[in-house]
Design a protein around this ligand. Structure first.
Ligand code: NAP
Length: 309
């Protein structure tokens, strides 16, 4: 086991991602001590039963006291408030990060909540499942997955060192780290994750509301495509509500493009333009090949298998 990157890791919010962080940090030895606070009494009891932390605290304030790395893993819209509630107890020089799926809004909320004496380095692991809660996490969730850090516009040595330490922490958990501007992150994720979820929520909602086709028929004859959409549409409602409300501009921009392309497709079907359909379906096949080559074809944990060369 390597030397710990941090002496005391505080995790605020410990569901799927927070508990995976705790498990990964413990398994890799990346943090010498792990302290967890969660707002839910049920989650706190489970975290203690599962032995995920050295200490489970009643308040966030207690958890962050003396921590050199603090990671907020609550739903996106709760991060600013959670940070404000414990800001006074965070040591100067501590690194404060998060795992939220939207970055510009979270970066703004953290900056508003925290003093200048801490190093804010927002982050987003591109890894997850449709499950929630502390039981759902596992140490290998981040293995060979990308973690995007969106550092703030600071060039001083202490800050750059903090960014590197956080990158080292994620690397110790098996992830590959990339740095990106937060607004660019939000646009990229609007295309690769947020829009697909919106489409899934919509298509499953449409099928459920159709009067001519019964719900029983939808479930009974659920073919591959629809079945996959129902899996995505089973994702946590709080998490996804927060994502759409905090990444509104990028999602609406991408949705506008999507709607135009859908109109073009519907015209091609109406006028029997088979070559247009064939061309698009051939191009999209290439994209699928690219996803496979990049080792990102499955959401399943890696458990030591090398992906994508
Ligand atoms: P989750 O399983 O629902 O866990 C979130 C936990 O945070 C819950 O136990 C929740 O308690 C607790 N919480 C809420 N507000 C809090 C507060 N103010 N202080 C302390 N604890 C609080 O959620 P998750 O799937 O781990 O997602 C957490 C974050 O990771 C989100 O920001 C999400 O965007 C991001 N993320 C998720 C995925 C994914 O696939 N799930 C992937 C990448 C990033 P209650 O249940 O009582 O509210």
């Amino acid at each position: 086991m390597a030397d710990p990157v941090f002496a005391r890791l505080a995790i605020i919010g410990c569901g799927l991602i927070g508990s995976s962080l705790a498990r990964g940090a413990r398994a890799s030895g990346a943090a010498a001590e792990i302290v967890i606070h969660d707002a839910s009494p049920f989650a706190r009891a489970r975290i203690a039963e599962l032995g995920l932390a050295d200490q489970v605290t009643l308040s966030a304030e207690e958890a962050v006291t003396g921590a050199d790395l603090i990671i907020f893993a609550t739903p996106v819209r709760a991060i600013g408030e959670a940070a404000a509630a414990c800001a006074h107890a965070i040591s100067p020089g501590a690194i404060v990060s998060d795992v939220g799926s939207v970055k510009a809004a979270v970066s703004e909320a953290l900056s508003a909540a925290l003093p200048d004496s801490v190093h804010i380095v927002p982050g987003h692991p591109i890894a997850g499942t449709e499950q929630s809660g502390p039981d759902a996490g596992f140490a290998e969730l981040f293995h060979q997955r990308w973690v995007i850090l969106t550092p703030q516009a600071r060039e001083d040595d202490a800050y750059l060192e903090a960014v590197q330490r956080l990158a080292d922490f994620w690397t110790a958990l098996g992830a590959q780290v990339e740095r990106m501007d937060d607004k660019h992150h939000d646009l990229v994720l609007a295309v690769t994750s947020h829009l697909p979820h919106l489409i899934a929520y919509n298509i499953v909602g449409t099928a459920a509301d159709m009067e001519e086709v019964t719900r029983a028929e939808v479930m009974k004859y659920s073919a591959g495509g629809f079945r996959d959409f129902t899996r995505i549409a089973a994702s946590d409602p709080t998490m996804w509500r927060d994502i759409f409300l905090t990444n509104k501009d990028a999602v609406l921009e991408v949705l506008g493009r999507f709607t135009e392309d859908l109109q073009a497709l519907s015209r091609a079907i109406r006028w029997g333009e088979g070559d247009k359909l064939y061309d698009l379906f051939s191009r999209t096949r290439e994209i699928r090949r690219g996803v496979i080559e990049a080792g990102q074809e499955s959401a399943e944990p890696d458990f030591g298998r090398k992906r994508g060369g």
